[in-house]
Design a protein around this ligand. Sequence first.
Ligand code: CAA
Length: 401
Amino acid sequence: MSDQLSKESLEYQARAREVAEKYIRPVAAEHDRTGEYAWDVVEALKKYELTGLWIPKEYGGHGRGVLDLCLVVEQLSRACGGIGVAYAVNALGSFPIILGGTEEQKHKYLPPIAKGEKLVAFGLSEKASGSDAGSLITTGIKEGDEYVLNGEKKWNTNGQVASYFTVYALTDPSKGIRGISAFILDRDTPGFTVGKREDTMGIRAVPVNELHFDNCRVPESALLGGKAGGGFKNAMMTLDRARPGVAAQGVGLAQGAFEWAMRYTSERRQFGQTVASFQANQFTLSDMATQIEAARALVYSSARLIDSGAKNISKLAAMGKVFATDTAMKVATDAVQMFGGYGFCRDYPIEKYMRDAKITQIYEGTNQVQRMVIGRALTNEYKNLDKELEVKIEHFPEDQV
Ligand code: CAA
């Protein structure tokens, strides 16, 4: 697939691969064990000029698109899924500002994110509002020239280490989804605290936290875009652009797991031959490689569609997310199987891929939600098809309709 990438994209990909091999792979197991944030990797990403490449040039970024973001996330995740998402979540947190911020907000927040000096997190989900994101209950009620935030957020990736937080709250509870607004908060805002860190199955290198708002007063300038309402659309548009990043995490995890499986099965001998030479395993390895190529192609094409400025991007972004992350889970599980009993032990690198892959089917919209998004788009696309078709459904024999 690399032959279809521009010279610039190939350079980003190569630099990310170097960071992954030099700075991530050697420490991936250690960060998985300790849960410590990989600050050395952040420094390496700065040194290799890979931070904020999705941020427009006028705000200090590289002015690159979602495709290049995906290329970098894929390479980082090939070595560690946790560190891959720690990087990608900065795009999730900054897209709301790029899409909906005022010029003042963009000039204040985007340059430090672009330079990698500040990390940003995204606060949408709550304890009782996950897939049904529009049912959130955190409030941000206007009092004089301030907004007062009260409530909690859940599943905030990078929460413990982020300096900035884009969060969604009801500024007008009477309007439901349409009463949701987006805010951008500094970490040290009084009344705002980063809470409990989750004890997660995978991506253990990255902290996932609760956020608490207890009469947290913010000035009007914290309201994204300077206008109340429109927060839900901003969140949905953000997710459309960020989901290919999770999909790329899936491709990277699948690729990394596959490479370990190839290495192991090519060396391990049973019954006098390499395990890879058994036809049963060759078929499994062939399926793994085929699924990865297909996932990569779909993810890159969804990223290209977004970068083209097309309007209807939700369906392809969701398709890429579903396919690539289901592939990651399947390939990682097959790779563990290839390692036999050793695959089940932490002495070997492969079980981590399976643990890291699981969350990619869940966060930034479960794969069930992605299928809802795809299904709704299909219904819209095909609702007029009957009018266009020469042969009408009523012309089919009755027992076949
Ligand atoms: N772009 C723009 N607008 C959109 C949109 C899109 N992709 N999708 C919906 N909207 C608009 C609709 O047009 C509608 O607007 P009007 O009110 O003006 O008509 C409004 O939003 C409501 O739309 P729906 O009726 O379709 O909304 P819904 O309640 O049925 O929800 C959903 C749709 C797709 C299921 C949505 O709730 C969803 O994506 N849920 C999953 C949330 C999610 O991904 N959460 C993950 C958070 S991040 C995370 O995981 C943590 C982390 O740190 C990594």
